[in-house]
Every structure is written in C-alpha cells, then in structure tokens.
Design a protein around this ligand. Structure first.
Ligand SMILES: [Zn+2]
Length: 138
C-alpha cells in the first residue's frame, strides 16, 4: 500500500493538484450528479450527464496540469468572485442562527459587520475594527 501512495505522489510531482476552484468543480459535479438522479426526461438526463463529465474533465485537467502559473491565475480570478459570495452566505447563516439574540449591523465608516445584542432601544456601538463610535436604534 505504501508503494501505491508513493507512486501517486511521484505521479503528482510537478502537477497542480487541488485548489479552491477544483474543490468547487468537484462539489458542483457531485451536486449536478445528485440533481440528475431526479431528471427522468431522457434527453435532459443525457445533456446534464455530458455537462457533469465536462466539469469532471475540467477538474482532472486542472489537477494534472503542469502549467502551475496558469492554474494559479485561474484560481485567483475565481476566488475574487467566490470568496465574497462565500462570506455573504456565511453571514446569512450566522444571521439566521443568531436571529433571537443578536442583530447584525454595518459599521458606517469601514463597512465591517458588527453583531449587537437584540435589545430594543438606543445603542452606543464602538466598531472593534476601526474604533469609530456611532449610535444605533433597534
Ligand atoms: Zn468600523
């Protein structure tokens, strides 16, 4: 077994491997595959299957690529879009989870998201990031 992993390591030597974009491609391919289980129209099913294999082929191409500079540039471009979207989703999840006890507000100066206790009335808020103080009514 050790030999098997050594062979894989040797094979991956100098190749690009995993990054955020490839993780995203893999998850997307799995989601498409799952959705396709419930597609009963034959033609639609085959079209979705082709798309799924296309995504997987792109994933394999990127993981095995030796052009690391180009793949890194792709990943940087992807993360410029993906990271803000991801933090927006995470913030929404936090808002839903904390909805009883906390309220999320934006600092008017640095736009940082601040969490304040969900108590009615005026609050003196001090932004921990930029140290500016402001009043917020809940
Ligand atoms: Zn601030």
């Amino acid at each position: 077994m050790q030999n098997f992993f050594q062979r894989i390591a040797a094979f991956m030597q100098g190749r690009y491997g995993m990054d955020t974009l490839n993780g995203f491609l893999l998850v997307t391919a799995m989601v498409v595959w799952t959705v396709n289980i419930f597609v009963f129209n034959r033609l639609a099913h085959y079209i979705i299957m082709v798309i799924q294999f296309g995504i997987l082929a792109w994933f394999i191409f990127r993981a095995l690529s030796r052009n690391i500079t180009a793949r890194s540039a792709e990943n940087r471009a992807f993360r410029k879009v993906f990271d803000p979207a991801k933090s927006r989703v995470q913030l929404t999840i936090r808002k839903i989870r904390d909805r009883k006890n906390f309220r999320y507000i934006k600092c008017p100066v640095c736009k940082a998201q601040l969490r304040v206790r969900n108590i009615k009335g005026k609050h003196n808020v001090r932004c921990p990031k930029c140290k500016s103080e402001f009043e917020k009514k809940i």
